[in-house]
Structure formats: C-alpha cells, structure tokens
Design a protein around this ligand. Structure first.
Ligand code: COI
Length: 356
C-alpha cells in the first residue's frame, strides 16, 4: 500500500506578474498566476508534491500523452468574500471525478491528501489573484498527463498531476446560440463521454467550428445512435424550462456528471421548482418552442456558470427563445442563488462551501 506522506515542498516565485494583469478585462484562460502545483507518479507511487513558480516544462517527444491522449482534467473555482476569506465550491466532487476520469483512461488515482494540501497551499500563496466581488473567481485547472517516454500503445507507468490557476470573469459575455447535432457525435455508449478526458474536448472542436461558421457558439450534442435525445453542450450541461418546469438529461456513460448541474437540481428542489431528470427529445423541445411553452434554455458548468441560450437551430429550423432575458427568468434566479452561495453571501445549507 502506497504511503502518501511526502510534505508539499514550496519554492516561491522571485517576482510576481500580478501588477501586469488587467483584472477588469480578462479573456478566459489566458493569464496564469505565479505558482503551480506539480506531483509525479513513478515506481508505482505518487511522489514529490511541490509548488513551484509557474513555468514551461520539458517532456520527451515520446511521452505517451502526445501519442495516445492519456490526459484528464478538472475545472474548479476559488472565490473570495468581502472579508478576504477564500472558498472552494464542492471540491471533493472534483477530486472524486478526476479519479473517476483517470480510472476510465487507465491512469492511477491521485491521493486525496496531496490534492487538498497542494490546492490549499497554492491558493494561499496566490491569494492576491483571487479578487472579491460576485463575477470574479480564480479558475483552477487540475490535470493529469501520461509522461512516460514510450510509444507502445498501452497505459503509461509515469504521470504528472498539476494544478494551474487563472483569474476569471465570465466565459460567455452574452447569451449563446446553439446548433443541435444531427450528424457528429460527442460520445457513445460505453465510451469516455462521462470522463473529463482531454480528447472529448478536442473531438468537439471541428464540429463546433462548423457551427461557429454558421453563427452558433456551441453544439448541443444528441445521442450518437439516433440523434433523437438532447444530451449536453460542449462546455456545459443543458436545462430546458417548459412552462414552469425544468428538464435536464440524466447523466450516463455518455454525459458528464456536472457539479453545477447537480447543484442546480438541488437548488430547484430548495426553491420548490420542479426539475425532471429524464430523457428529452429534440422533437419535444421543438414542439415546446412552437407552441410557446419553451420559456428558457440555459447551460450550467463551472466555467460557464449559468449561461442563457437565446436560440437553437436543428436541421435548418431556427428557434428564438423569448423568456431568456425576462426579469423573472430562471437562469437569472439560479445564477444569483448559486453565486451567492459560492461567494459566502447566503446560507450554505448543503455544506457546499469549503473554506481554505
Ligand atoms: C469547466 O467548466 O470547468 C470546463 O471544464 C469546461 C471547459 C471546456 C472550459
């Protein structure tokens, strides 16, 4: 049994880049903090957890990640309240999910004590990068890659776990327009759709770029067999409001078990809003759009938070969604409720906040 007792070693950056950053004008995921967390797996064991200045790294060209895509990641956020306290939102969920993703890609589980010790030490060191105020956060990107220099097609024996941090505001600046998939697929039964595998995202880039050429920011994926059932969008799970009821697809081995998604389902219950977790067909949503009962569609994800969807197209038929911007829109209510919990502005009755 491996013994994960190494202390996280810390090497601090000599100078900080923070004064060069315009925090009022951040493009998602382009600026990184002064430090990063690194831990290596070799000889059957995760070892040598360390925090070091953010820097480029060197890998052998034969590192398996470059050839077979053995790579998984997570998306999390840290928030700061007006008293300077730092919070994570349901971080154990991210920890569990990265290990579930790793298992699916035949990668070793990362130890819980290293995950939390590394993350918390990193946040304390880079705490100035977390700006208070609703709408500001520090996006955290834990990831694992196969580093073993060998190109036989089999799981690696060496890996690197890292966490990098990027100050963030909104992912989408306005409501998004989406195209519903009727040809390309994101995932298949028994595939890796439920894993946060890097390749799941790469595989979406081409169909998404075709959608973007037509003026849509995202694709909403449908089941690969029949393209009948609505599943998730590229960067978020999707909710439909039909009259006063919410509907979202159940998770499966094709759909990511989103933490924002499951929080919205719980918040709906708390607010007395019916949320049906069931299969939802493209036809049902098109019919609801035609008869006026489709009031809203929105996405939910860590980076995207709650992002309203203002229109969708399916096989050449375009539907504009009218209720997205209403004063009493659900997407606004859920976003506010969620952000208030995340920023320590309201009661945390489910124990979702984790103070660092
Ligand atoms: C997240 O919401 O954290 C994600 O991982 C989505 C990513 C494509 C930005």
């Amino acid at each position: 049994m491996a013994n994960y007792t190494d202390k996280v070693s810390i090497e601090t950056a000599e100078t900080s880049k923070i004064s060069t950053v315009d925090f009022s004008n951040l493009d998602f995921g382009r600026v990184f903090t002064d430090h990063m967390f690194v831990c290596d797996y070799k000889d059957g064991k995760w070892q040598d957890p360390q925090i070091m200045p953010y820097q480029a790294m060197t890998f052998d060209p034969s590192a398996r990640v470059f050839h077979y895509g053995q790579a998984v990641f997570e998306g999390m956020k840290a928030y700061k309240d007006k008293d300077g306290k730092i919070f994570l939102f349901r971080p154990k969920q991210n920890f569990d999910r990265i290990n579930k993703s790793s298992e699916r890609l035949a990668m070793p589980a990362f130890p819980e004590n290293y995950f939390f010790e590394g993350l918390e030490a990193l946040l304390k060191l880079d705490s100035e990068w977390i700006k208070p105020g609703v709408g500001n956060s520090l996006y955290l990107r834990p990831f694992v890659i196969a580093t073993e220099p060998a190109i036989s097609a089999s799981p690696a024996n060496m890996y690197r776990f890292m966490i990098i941090c990027s100050p963030a505001q909104s992912y989408y600046n306005s409501a998004v327009r989406v195209l519903i998939a009727d040809h390309y697929s994101r995932s298949a039964n028994g595939g890796v759709g439920a894993a946060k595998a890097a390749g799941n995202y790469a595989a979406q880039f081409y169909p998404t770029s075709l959608a973007q050429e037509k003026g849509f920011q995202q694709v909403v994926w449908t089941d690969a067999d029949t393209h009948t059932f609505l599943e998730e969008a590229g960067t978020m799970n999707v909710f439909f409001r039909v009259n006063d009821k919410l509907i979202t697809a159940p998770t499966s081995d094709r759909i990511l078990d989103g933490i924002t998604r499951k929080s919205i389902i719980q918040i709906a219950e708390d607010l007395g809003i019916t949320c049906e977790v069931r299969q939802v067909t493209v036809e049902e949503i098109k019919n609801a759009a035609k008869d006026g009962s489709l009031k809203e569609v929105f996405g939910a994800g860590t980076a995207a938070v709650i992002s309203p969807i203002s229109a969708f197209e399916h096989q050449g038929e375009l539907f504009e969604i009218s209720g997205t911007d209403a004063e009493d829109a659900y997407n606004k209510l859920f976003k506010k409720t969620l952000l208030n919990i995340q920023h320590n502005l309201s009661e945390d009755k489910h124990g979702w906040r984790h103070e660092v």
